[in-house]
Ligand binder design. Structure first.
Ligand SMILES: Cc1cc2nc3c(=O)[nH]c(=O)nc-3n(C[C@H](O)[C@H](O)[C@H](O)COP(=O)(O)O)c2cc1C
Length: 176
């Protein structure tokens, strides 16, 4: 499979990207091809809702997003990874997802497999509930197929991260 990964943290060696690295290790061992985009390090303008694209055309912003959408269009799976920022995904990742709008017709037509990796400091369910609800609605709306979530509660830093999350992410990469 070709798997596109969108990460949302600026910290390339932080908690969420550490789990992404483990996911990639598992997926690569299975022979999958990985296309990774670290959205916090790319030029991705927020959607301005001008509707120039008509939800199925060209966006007025010819930044880094069109090439990411090209990859998603030809992918079999899409993985989102983010730290929790104020009970939500980070702004760069959300900006990327909002830009799906310009290709909604094309990237919702195929039944992409999806996975979600999130990390946060807190250990309570209520911190991650808004992200899980949003992800499930997105998967449903886009006609995707959820293949699993890593809900990294208590992962405020790489040293405090419970070690089983590394194995969980590795296994998700193997089994997506
Ligand atoms: C702006 C900001 C907002 C945050 N909001 C939350 C939050 O709402 N709940 C939580 O448990 N942790 C929150 N955190 C902590 C991060 O989710 C946590 O440290 C995470 O491991 C950072 O991921 P990273 O290393 O991949 O960047 C926040 C951190 C920052 C910088």
């Amino acid at each position: 499979m070709k798997i596109t990964i969108l990460t949302g943290s600026n910290n390339l060696h932080g908690t969420s990207n550490t789990l992404v690295d483990e996911f990639i290790r598992g997926a690569t061992e299975k022979g999958h091809e990985i296309k990774r985009f670290d959205t916090a390090h790319l030029n991705i303008h927020p959607c301005i809702g001008c509707n120039h694209c008509g939800m199925n055309g060209n966006c007025v912003f010819q930044d880094d997003m069109p090439k990411i959408l090209d990859e998603i269009e030809t992918s079999d799976a899409l993985v989102l990874a983010t730290p929790v920022y104020y009970f939500a995904m980070t702004a760069p990742l959300k900006a990327s997802i909002d830009r799906f709008y310009s290709r909604t017709g094309r990237i919702s037509r195929k039944r992409l497999k999806t996975a979600y990796i999130m990390t946060c400091w807190n250990t309570d369910d209520s911190t991650v509930e808004p992200l899980i609800t949003h992800y499930k609605k997105l998967v449903d709306y886009m006609n995707y197929e959820d293949r699993g979530m890593i809900i990294g509660k208590g992962c405020g830093t790489t040293t405090m991260m419970p070690k089983h999350f590394l194995e969980d992410a590795y296994q998700l990469g193997k089994n997506i």
